[in-house]
Ligand binder design. Structure first.
Ligand SMILES: [Zn+2]
Length: 377
């Protein structure tokens, strides 16, 4: 079963024309209401939404929770909708993917979310309209869901949205902290994709361009946004999404989920906390602890790409350059959210699936050391 996304739609106006041309009887909207209003998408979409008497699902928390998915499924089944539109950040898009797909399954949502059973048939067609430049969820075939505080990822080819609308004008109203957090997610996803065990020539192309664009534009997009910086970040986010759609993420993401669910750290910042120490850790990979079948030399070659994106001069200089970026974004450090005595619990709840995609095997001790090293910065 293969699913192919339509060519990228670059403006919300074009998305409206496309929606009008599709034979949609009843759309179901998964909406971040504040983003719908602030992004300007409301002005463009509302005539279509009203004309079709669309059903709106708006009551959900940040970071997708199983309970929200279940309520969404109930509303979706009642609505008898034949098309899904997701508008908002990664949460709205991931929720929409799960609501559409899991509504069509005979297995319980909890069983699919926790991996006890899997998706058998595709859900209704989905159009994803991101209003942040971060997760790249509009370009991936997986969705995050927290079950009892633990992060799970549901993956299936049919979860790839049929249409992705990436319009940078929708991100213009994002406040600086959200631009920073979501943009850091895009940058970290790109970097992780470059060193990931599953990296391919195609993913490397997307990821390298995404990392470069994000590194060069994120500070401007956050602190003194221009149209160009916003456009570049939207492109970076989408390309990073395409990259991780192939590779998935690695150790910084694996360690981040506990920081988000326990301490409420925004996802992008939680990931960014450990990026530099893990860059240094991965750069010291040897054939003895390398998990990439292509060997340590191949991994180090890819890490050299990351170092180059960060301005060159070796791994240490690259780490310093990333620290400078995060301080310009006022992103804080791990020390701001927890103390060293909490590190063991964070390591114990590491996401082992994502960790196994890291190019260097990491023991519990080494992960603890990585968390300690975030404090040095
Ligand atoms: Zn992420």
């Amino acid at each position: 079963m293969t699913f192919v996304q339509e060519p990228l739609i670059g403006s919300i106006g074009n998305a409206c024309c496309l929606l009008a041309s599709l034979q949609i009887e009843r759309p179901f909207l998964v909406l971040d209401e504040a983003a719908y209003e602030a992004s300007g998408a409301r002005d463009a979409l509302e005539p279509f939404v009203r004309q079709k008497a669309a059903v709106r699902f708006t009551e959900f928390e940040l970071n997708p929770k199983l309970e929200d998915v279940q309520r969404g499924i109930e509303a979706f089944r009642l609505s008898q909708a034949d098309f899904v539109i997701a508008l908002g950040g990664g949460t709205a898009i991931d929720l929409a993917k799960l609501i559409s797909a899991l509504s069509a399954q005979s297995h319980a949502a909890r069983d699919i979310a926790t991996g006890r059973s899997s998706i058998q048939v595709a859900g209704r067609p989905l159009m994803a309209i991101p209003t942040t430049a971060g997760t790249g969820s509009e370009a991936t075939h997986f969705a995050v869901v927290y079950v009892d505080g633990k992060k799970h990822s549901v993956a299936h080819p049919s979860l790839l949205p049929d249409y992705a609308v990436v319009d940078s004008t929708l991100t213009e109203s994002l406040p600086p902290r959200m631009t920073a957090a979501t943009g850091l997610d895009a940058f970290c996803q790109a970097v992780e994709s470059i060193w990931a065990v599953a990296a391919t020539d195609e993913s490397l192309e997307y990821a390298t361009e995404a990392a470069r664009l994000a590194f060069e534009n994120l500070v401007a997009a956050t602190n003194a946004p221009t149209l160009e910086a916003r456009q570049a970040m939207c492109r970076a986010s989408h390309l990073a999404g395409k990259a991780i759609n192939i590779t998935k993420t690695t150790a910084p993401h694996a360690l981040s989920y506990a920081l988000t669910s326990r301490y409420g750290v925004p996802h992008g910042m939680a990931v960014a906390f450990t990026l530099a120490p893990i860059l240094a850790f991965n750069a010291n990979v040897t054939n003895h602890d390398c998990t990439d079948p292509r060997g340590a030399t191949a991994v180090r070659k890819r890490i050299a790409r990351i170092v180059e994106v960060l301005g060159g001069g070796g791994v240490e200089a690259a780490c310093a350059s990333f620290h400078k970026l995060s301080s310009q974004l006022d992103c804080g450090t791990l020390r701001d959210v927890c103390s060293e005595s909490d590190h063991a619990a964070i390591v114990d709840s590491v996401n082992t699936e994502r960790l196994s995609n890291n190019p260097r095997r990491a023991s519990r001790e080494q992960l603890l050391d990585i968390l300690k090293r975030t404090e040095i910065s």
